[in-house]
Design a protein around this ligand. Structure first.
Ligand SMILES: Cc1ncc(COP(=O)(O)O)c(C=O)c1O
Length: 426
């Protein structure tokens, strides 16, 4: 393992790393754009785009052929499977499945798992999750005619209600589908504990790590889950989904697949021809993060997994500084409510994603006004539909401010000034 140097990831690091992201130079109305839309998709470093264009311009072949460009494609694919195994904390690259996005991969796995369910079985989803980790399971359960239980969240700090989870878990539970972190509240779920509880009753655990990916070190070995899905476009890569599954499950479950594809993992689970250029870009984004970790640890020779651990260690303490600054700033504005943990002493329990509403300014209006000032935020429910419905926040939802390691304190100050001036006008 590695420790990061005494400087860690600082504001100065953020300024340096920003230079690798051409998208961050965008101007609007004479001002640089402040990108707070990371939870819906981050900007990418130059090297990700370079890897994709290199693949398209110099390799571009189908895989498994006997000529050079195909052989090199297979080599790149092998490396990418290994890189994402490192990214999620696995050792076997064959446990990594690439697909269009997390939603499509989850729909595909929900069908495969549903074939193992019998009348009387139950599955558990949560009211805090993105719909991509709810609807695939609900629809599969409907087809298999089994019951779905839904775990509640606390209406005080909007964290998952573990007592409610325990009360719904039982001998009949076959699957628990839960997010590692909420894309609405930023709250981090205790997935290791959830997996332990689920396994005690023999249920499988499917984790949605899409919102976790840009902020924390995923660790499937430590969490002891069965499946985990994430999306590279949320952590500085291209639009591609990644699913890790425990080898024994990937081998024993039946995949819906064309016959010539064969029964070997990982190919068994990857339907059709993949977006090889996106996989090349995904590999480059994992290496971007690993190199960031090597810089922080002063360890040029650190292996990729240890380098990723160093990266996320530095990134998360920097992001906590940003979160503290944002919470304190938001608290000074009358009428703002944060729908998530808003205690600066509890930053270990959340990522820097903040959903807010204002008592007088409507959500779309706030988002639109910010956009005119070159500040990009998301608004609505961002598909965390159960959450907004439970809280009566539909149809307008909330405004989401999502911070990542390329955001700065100065951008947050600009956001605070902008919100203050917008709400002062009502
Ligand atoms: C927490 C979470 N889960 C799942 C998804 C769906 O991911 P994808 O767009 O890769 O299907 C998203 C997308 O916003 C998300 O934020």
């Amino acid at each position: 393992m590695s420790t990061i140097n005494e400087h860690g990831y600082t504001l100065e690091s953020a300024q340096n790393y920003r230079q690798q992201f051409p998208g961050l130079t965008r101007m609007e109305n004479g001002q640089p754009v402040a990108f707070f839309d990371g939870p819906a998709g981050t900007q990418v470093p130059q090297r990700v785009a370079d890897a994709m264009s290199h693949y398209l311009l110099h390799l571009n072949a189908n895989h498994a052929g006997l000529f050079a460009t195909s052989v090199e494609t297979d080599r790149m694919l092998h490396e990418a499977h290994q890189a994402f195994a490192d990214f999620v904390g696995a050792t076997n690259g064959d446990e990594i499945i690439f697909g269009q996005n997390m939603t499509s991969l989850t729909f595909s796995f929900s069908r495969a798992l549903a074939r193992t369910w019998n009348p009387g079985d139950e599955i558990i989803v949560t009211a805090l999750d993105h719909d991509a980790n709810i609807s695939p399971w609900v629809l599969a359960a409907r087809d298999a005619q089994i019951k779905v239980q839904q775990v509640k969240f606390s209406e005080t700090d909007f964290t998952l209600d573990l007592e409610d989870f325990a009360s719904k878990l039982g001998e009949r539970t076959r699957l628990v589908a839960v997010g590692c972190a909420s894309n609405a509240t930023g709250g981090i779920n205790p997935v290791k504990r959830i997996a332990e509880m689920a396994h005690k009753v023999g249920a499988l655990v499917y984790l949605d790590a899409v919102h976790y990916g840009p902020h924390g070190l995923i660790d499937v070995a430590d969490w002891n889950c069965d499946f985990l899905a994430c999306s590279a476009y949320k952590f500085f890569g291209p639009h591609i989904g990644i699913l890790w599954g425990r080898q024994e499950h990937l081998e024993s479950l039946e995949a819906y697949q064309v016959r010539p594809a064969g029964d070997q993992i990982p190919g068994k689970w990857m339907t059709g021809t993949q977006s090889f250029e996106s996989i090349a870009g995904g590999l480059a984004c994992v290496d971007y993060l690993a190199d960031l970790g090597r810089d922080l640890a002063d360890g040029a020779t650190l292996n990729r997994r240890d380098a990723l651990a160093a990266a996320f260690s530095g990134i998360s303490s920097y992001e906590q500084e940003l979160s503290r600054h944002l919470i304190l700033g938001l608290r000074e504005i009358d009428g703002i409510k944060i729908w998530g943990i808003d205690d600066p002493e509890r930053l270990d329990e959340r990522f820097p994603t903040f959903s807010i509403t204002h008592s007088k300014v409507k959500t779309p209006c706030l988002a639109e006004e910010l956009s005119q000032r070159g500040i990009y935020v998301w608004h609505g429910n961002y598909y965390a539909l159960e959450f907004t419905e439970h809280l009566g926040l539909e149809p307008e939802g909330m405004v989401r401010i999502g911070l990542v390691h390329y955001n700065t304190i100065a951008e947050i100050d600009r956001l605070m000034m902008a919100i203050k001036s917008i709400v002062a006008d009502v």
